[in-house]
Design a protein around this ligand. Structure first.
Ligand SMILES: CC(C)(COP(=O)(O)OP(=O)(O)OC[C@H]1O[C@@H](n2cnc3c(N)ncnc32)[C@H](O)[C@@H]1OP(=O)(O)O)[C@@H](O)C(=O)NCCC(=O)NCCS
Length: 217
């Protein structure tokens, strides 16, 4: 795909960039790709089975908003919205697949160009697949795409302090802790403090070989 310079604005207008629906990113064991309406049954099954495991770490859905895990049209709308955001360079959402099945998501959200050139990574995985290092592998795959294809300068991951498994992901990847932002994000109905972790392109350039050989190759 067309690379975007690291500083300044993209030289290629969004409308002229290649379509990314066929986008595939490969790790050692995981494949990341945008989800589409045909993924409803698989995605919905994982989400419904894991509600207790996941919802406590996510923003609360407004009761008037249809639940994409229970409502096929709402899931299609979610996929189409993410397609549009990807085409406009605003976010890059990926299903996380293992052995061809959907087990979670790793998303690159809030892409901010201009002088920031940054984005936020969010992730989750099926509890039955937890503890096998699939998410840290997915984070490295997405980081490589963000730094080397999208030419972003900084990636951020924000974690509620009591989320020990997610902090362990940062620990495994040795992603730098930057401090705690108070009442930073609404999680399950409460404004929660978040520890902000960051990695810049300078650090990626220095650590690319180590991270890719440990997690991807
Ligand atoms: C955080 C999360 C994405 C980690 O993904 P993962 O693929 O399991 O990551 P890892 O395999 O590297 O495991 C990280 C740690 O989770 C813990 N863990 C593993 N299996 C677990 C389980 N079934 N229950 C609770 N914690 C578990 C372990 O401490 C593990 O570290 P270890 O490998 O040194 O033992 C996953 O736990 C998850 O989806 N949690 C719910 C949603 C969430 O918290 N999202 C992130 C919001 S910031």
């Amino acid at each position: 795909m067309t690379s975007i310079p690291r500083s300044g604005f993209s030289v290629t207008p969004p409308s002229e960039r290649p379509a990314t629906g066929a986008l595939r990113l490969y790790g050692r064991r995981v494949v990341l790709r945008p989800l589409g309406p045909p993924d409803f049954s698989a995605w919905s099954a994982v989400r419904l089975r894991n509600e207790e495991w996941l919802l406590k770490w996510e923003p609360k859905r407004l009761p008037i908003t249809p639940d994409p895990a229970r409502d096929r049209p709402a899931f299609s709308t979610r996929c189409h919205a993410r397609d549009r955001e990807r085409l406009h360079g605003q976010s890059y959402a990926f299903g996380l697949l293992v052995d061809g099945g959907v087990v979670g998501e790793v998303n690159l959200n809030n892409v901010n160009r201009g002088p920031l050139q940054s984005a936020t990574i969010g992730y989750w995985i099926d509890e039955q697949q937890a503890g096998r290092g699939y998410v840290p592998e997915g984070v490295v795959v997405v980081a490589r795409y963000a730094f080397e294809e999208l030419r972003l300068h900084r990636l951020e991951i924000c974690i509620v302090p009591r989320n020990a498994p997610s902090r362990r992901v940062m620990d495994k990847l040795q992603i730098r802790e930057e401090g705690t932002a108070l009442r930073f994000l609404e999680i399950n109905g409460t404004w929660e403090d978040h520890i902000r972790f960051g990695i810049t392109s300078e650090e990626w350039d220095e650590r690319r070989d180590e991270l890719t050989s440990t997690w991807i190759l």
